[in-house]
Design a protein around this ligand. Structure first.
Ligand SMILES: [Zn+2]
Length: 68
């Protein structure tokens, strides 16, 4: 009876360990995926990972980059 409880406890610990371990790796992979940036030309907010970065400024498209 005690052995069964011990095994169940170890299984629970393993599940908990994997659940905790998976969370930080997910956020570290895309740290800026959710942040929005403003286009220097048309002032539209776009996702940082979709924006074009030029001379420290963000642009929503190639058209804005060439005009700005
Ligand atoms: Zn733009």
């Amino acid at each position: 009876m005690l052995k069964t409880l011990l095994i169940l406890g170890i299984i629970a610990l393993i599940i908990w360990f994997f659940f905790i371990k998976k969370r930080p790796t997910k956020t570290n992979h895309h740290p800026q995926a959710d942040s929005m940036v403003e286009c220097q030309k048309c002032k539209t907010f776009i996702m940082q990972n979709e924006a074009i970065l030029s001379n420290g400024s963000y642009y929503c498209s190639k058209e804005c980059l060439l005009q700005g």
